[in-house]
Design a protein around this ligand. Structure first.
Ligand SMILES: NC(=O)c1ccc[n+]([C@@H]2O[C@H](COP(=O)([O-])OP(=O)(O)OC[C@H]3O[C@@H](n4cnc5c(N)ncnc54)[C@H](OP(=O)(O)O)[C@@H]3O)[C@@H](O)[C@H]2O)c1
Length: 328
């Protein structure tokens, strides 16, 4: 069994969760951590049992023994850090949102192809049992044609103009942080929309803090997307179909539920509580793909990441949401 040496770039909150997933695999070695700050790198390495730690991302990428890098920095830095790692010969799994806009994501994909290396956006939902269950139910035809999807994600973080959620320079705003999930729901269960209308409200920094979008489809289906840092509605989507409805929800602890409600029948509920909050499946997928010589994941193909970022760009255009980096 081939064992892979993992590197963690930007050891923050999400890296801690993801590392707990990597820890579950015998074919994964917690090898090195790179942070802008030496003491943060050292603490993270010691907390999780990494062999090495570096006080810069460049040093992490330059370590010839690192084989896979997981990137979990603010959205604004994904492009630059993915390019850095690819150019140093590393396979990369990078957090959502993959880049700030389609131009950045295209550049990352071009570099991966040029270097002939593996690249994947770290998207959680496609690996989860509730998503697979929802897909199976829709494909079975029992609900008939889906006509409307209402997807939502909102919570109330403390306002901090420097935090990546509110700082425009870091790609702040609810859309890329949490609104991306109902957009993934719509792309997965209905496809790429033909038309998009959207509207947003903004925080004092100018970052978007609440977003509503309406997707329309050639076949008459529609989706409404809602994300916000001003309300606390939770995370999920309702899929309204000809013969009944399905509700797909998850808790902040990543516990998952699918509720199937056929017209005139009793509800059926399916619940799932995966280990490591379900993040381990993304790590497993990277190693499985590398074992098989694949440069991208069939579960999260790069074409899906491109569809996703193009859709996010269209929403931003419709709602008047801009990042300084859009002008580069
Ligand atoms: N898949 C999921 O379920 C999920 C959940 C939460 C977040 N995420 C994603 O994970 C990524 C990181 O989120 P997080 O909540 O972990 O972020 P975070 O804890 O705020 O920051 C993560 C790391 O990024 C670096 N960083 C922070 N502020 C920076 C700045 N101003 N400039 C440059 N680098 C900075 C720091 O690394 P250093 O130690 O090197 O300074 C920090 O430890 C985001 O892309 C987010 O969307 C995904």
């Amino acid at each position: 069994m081939k064992k892979y040496r993992w590197g963690i770039l930007a050891p923050g909150k999400m890296s801690a969760k993801f590392t707990k997933g990597i820890q579950l695999f015998d074919n994964a070695e917690l090898y090195a951590v790179g942070s802008r700050d030496a003491s943060r790198a050292e603490k993270f390495a010691k907390d999780f049992g990494f062999k090495k730690y570096y006080d810069s991302y460049e040093k992490l990428a330059a370590d010839p023994d690192v084989e896979i890098v997981y990137i979990a920095s603010p959205h604004s830095h994904h492009r630059e850090q993915t390019l850095l790692c690819l150019r140093k010969g590393k396979n990369v799994i990078c957090e959502k949102a993959f880049g700030l806009n389609a131009r950045e994501v295209n550049e990352m994909i071009r570099e991966a192809k040029k270097q002939d290396l593996f690249l994947m956006e770290a998207l959680w939902p496609p690996f989860q049992p509730f998503y697979k269950k929802a897909g199976e139910i829709l494909n079975s035809g029992v609900l008939g044609k889906p006509l409307h999807l209402h997807g939502y994600f909102s919570f109330i973080p403390p306002y901090d103009p420097l935090d990546r959620k509110f700082n425009l320079d870091l790609g702040g705003g609810s859309l890329l942080d949490i609104g991306i999930y109902p957009v993934i729901d719509a792309l997965t269960f209905l496809g790429v929309p033909a038309g998009i209308k959207a509207s947003a409200t903004f925080s004092p920094t100018g970052s978007e803090e609440s977003l509503s979008a309406v997707f329309s489809y050639q076949g008459g289906e529609m989706a409404t997307i809602y994300s916000s840092f001003r309300t606390n509605v939770g995370i999920g989507c309702d899929i309204l179909c000809e013969k009944g409805n399905m509700t797909v929800t998850r808790g902040r602890d990543m516990s998952q539920k699918v509720i199937l409600s056929l017209h005139g029948e009793q509800e059926q509920e399916y619940t799932f509580n995966p280990p490591a909050m379900g993040y381990h499946w993304e790590a497993e997928e990277v190693m499985r793909c590398l074992d098989e010589g694949l440069k991208e994941s069939p579960v999260v193909p790069l074409s899906f990441s491109l569809d996703l970022i193009k859709t996010l760009d269209r929403i931003r255009e419709a709602a008047g949401i801009r990042f300084p980096a859009d002008d580069n």
